[in-house]
Design a protein around this ligand. Structure first.
Ligand code: GSH
Length: 261
């Protein structure tokens, strides 16, 4: 079962790769007709090929867990249908009849030529790999995973402030969470980026999905809490700015639907 699933995902991955419609900004001239994991360079590339997989992303009309997926897809120039259901409540709670439509009763869900994939990190990583945003070196790829998992911990740490019901509670929680997360997370990330070869990326000297995830998390938390989380961390700020200035991501950020969450 696993083998046949693996095979079908491999062929899906090939189709997604070919689905890239517009070349990423610093694309090399490399052209690939078939998918081969060993051909993925740790850089972005262009296939120049026409769309041949239909990709549909199902989520609510918010940024949330779908936003890093959207950022990666836009970064790689992969065309997709951005299906946004109205937000039923905040936090989102689906009706049981809607839950039954999804394997784990939750979104985001992506369908690639009708084949479904769930869990936002798995989806983000899947597309990141297609776009050359996952390093080829297995250790560097795992470092990206480590930093993305860490970003999810940071996001979770800020949840109480996001959902605080009064402005004063929100402010107090922000200060407390900032105090607790600074030595454990922010200072460590700052050092990693500062000491990196580029001085503006988390892993290696190129943009990876770990940078994209980090930029999403800090932007999202800052918007939802109105608290300047990275004000005292210039290297984190520089790495996030590099993500937001990536031409395809910038175009997306400037044109994406304005949503409160
Ligand atoms: N681990 C899942 C979590 C997904 C999740 O929490 N989805 C929420 C929206 S952000 C949802 O579908 N909520 C509706 C519900 O649970 O009824 C992932 O990362 O994709």
């Amino acid at each position: 079962m696993f083998i046949s699933r693996g095979k079908s995902l491999l062929s899906l991955a090939g189709k997604v790769l070919l689905a890239r419609s517009t070349p990423a900004s610093n694309a090399s001239s490399m052209k690939l007709g078939i998918f081969s994991p060993s051909l993925f360079p740790h850089k972005r590339f262009s296939t120049g090929s026409a769309q041949c997989a239909t990709i549909k992303l199902d989520y609510f009309n918010i940024r949330g867990f779908a936003e890093p997926i959207r950022m990666v897809l836009h970064c790689g120039g992969i065309k997709f249908e951005d299906v946004r259901s109205p937000l039923p409540s905040w936090p989102p709670k689906m009706a049981e009849s809607d839950k039954a439509k999804y394997r784990w009763g939750q979104v985001p869900m992506v369908s690639i030529d009708g084949k479904e994939l769930y869990q936002s990190l798995a989806i983000t990583r899947f597309f990141a790999r297609q776009c050359g945003l996952v390093p080829q070196d297995p250790y560097l790829a795992a470092l990206c995973d480590e930093y993305v998992d860490t970003q999810r911990e940071i996001l979770i740490a800020w949840v109480p402030a996001v959902f605080a019901d009064t402005a004063s509670k929100k402010r107090l929680l922000c200060e407390e969470i900032y105090r607790l997360t600074t030595p454990r997370y922010l200072n460590v990330l700052e050092k990693i980026i500062k000491e990196s070869s580029s001085g503006e990326h988390l892993v290696g000297d190129k943009l990876t999905w770990a940078d994209i995830y980090m930029a999403y998390v800090f932007d999202h938390v800052e918007k939802l809490t109105e608290f300047d989380v990275i004000k005292k961390h210039p290297s984190i700020k520089k790495a996030c700015d590099a993500v937001w200035n990536e031409p395809n991501i910038k175009k997306w950020k400037d044109s994406r639907p304005a949503t409160p969450y």
